[in-house]
Design a protein around this ligand. Structure first.
Ligand SMILES: NC(=O)c1ccc[n+]([C@@H]2O[C@H](COP(=O)([O-])OP(=O)(O)OC[C@H]3O[C@@H](n4cnc5c(N)ncnc54)[C@H](O)[C@@H]3O)[C@@H](O)[C@H]2O)c1
Length: 335
């Protein structure tokens, strides 16, 4: 099959492209290679992908309406995996407009492309951050998510609403995946594990927010990719019997679904740091700091719906996953 994968030079997009190529698919990878973090890391991921003859790179901006329309016209995609976005909770406080452009206008342009070219299935990245002020654990896609605490989260929730509209109006099958804190080799330099590793190897102290007492459902990249590979084959169907009163917010009469992808076993930030100390073989010097605005205290995923449709449940332990990250980091940076 021919796939469009957006955010192909990004952390998750790169791994998804690798898996699709290994399975024999043709992949067009879109990315604007922006400098939100080190562009060289994006270029390194891309050069690995380009070594496969079935991969074609399209440098394109999501908010460029004509550019995205032309890309859809040029290629006859069957499926789309839309992972490009302005990510990061904290940065949405500094630069809100980047989120409106990439995540709102960009998402609309992808929906329009899918609609006009009768895409079989649009899979797109949502986020655990949509759960915002929710306190009932674990977070379930059956719960309402109307109280985001960052603009990033609000744009991800908006993506789900926009997708529902297109599923309803144009019978476009869409599936939103709420990822829970993804980590692993080729990970993002703006995320905790990467920052901690870099600081510790440089002999610097690490900034530990909320005194390390936040809990996160850290999810290993291979589990995310496995789930994506399985879910892209489960094309949502319209369900005329569905009603708002009896259904859940994650389902619909339209061919629309939303799933959590998380590890379902949250650990404290401090335990995550201990796993890193173990993997590196030495202790970190820690700056214990208060909670950051826009952060949530705990995330924990109810993944029963994901298991029901795919028979898969993420289960890589933090100690295994963090060790894999450290092995990659040492090898990539030669430290
Ligand atoms: N990593 C996580 O823990 C996590 C958690 C929840 C949700 N997500 C979501 O998963 C998706 C992938 O995240 P990631 O961790 O791989 O992030 P990433 O930043 O590594 O990848 C995103 C890629 O999209 C590209 N991009 C950004 N804005 C663009 C634009 N306007 N036009 C074209 N390309 C653009 C970037 O250059 C980058 O390569 C994102 O939608 C993110 O919001 C990630």
């Amino acid at each position: 099959m021919k796939f469009l994968v957006t955010g192909a030079a990004g952390f998750i997009g790169f791994h998804v492209c690798q898996r699709l190529l290994a399975a024999g698919h043709q992949v067009v990878g879109l990315d604007n290679l922006n400098d939100y973090y080190d562009v060289n890391l994006k270029l390194s991921r891309l050069s690995l992908l380009k070594s496969d003859g079935q991969f074609h790179f399209a440098k394109c901006e999501l908010a460029d309406r004509e550019g995205i329309a032309a890309l859809f016209k040029q290629h006859s995609f069957q499926r789309v995996i839309h992972l490009a976005a302005q990510a990061g909770v904290r940065y949405s406080i500094e630069n809100p407009h980047a989120y409106a452009d990439a995540n709102l206008i960009g998402h609309l342009n992808i929906l329009e492309g899918c609609r006009h070219h009768k895409i079989e299935h649009l899979l797109y990245a949502s986020s655990s951050s949509v759960y915002g002020l929710n306190r009932k654990m674990p977070f379930s896609t059956a719960d309402s998510v109307d109280h985001p605490v960052s603009l990033y989260a609000a744009t991800k929730k908006a993506n789900e609403l926009m997708s529902h509209t297109y599923s309803h109006l144009y019978q476009l099958p869409t599936t939103g995946l709420r990822f829970f804190t993804v980590y692993g080799p080729w990970g993002r330099p703006d995320m905790a594990l990467f920052k901690f590793t870099r600081a510790m190897l440089a002999g610097d102290a690490i900034d530990v927010y909320n005194h390390g007492q936040m809990k996160r459902d850290f999810t290993y990249i291979d589990d995310i990719v496995e789930a994506i590979m399985r879910v892209q084959d489960v094309i949502p169907q319209a369900d005329p019997a569905w009603t708002v009163e009896q259904g859940t917010p994650a389902t619909s009469s339209a061919p629309y679904r939303v799933y959590n992808i998380g590890n379902s076993s949250p650990v404290t930030l401090m335990s995550y740091i201990e796993a890193l100390e173990q993997a590196l073989g030495f202790k970190a010097e820690k700056n214990l700091l208060p909670m950051q605005p826009g952060d949530v205290l705990e995330t924990s995923a109810d993944t029963s719906a994901l298991f029901d449709i795919t028979g898969f449940k993420p289960q890589t332990s933090v100690s295994t996953g963090v060790q894999q990250f450290v092995n990659w980091y040492r090898d990539y940076y030669g430290v």
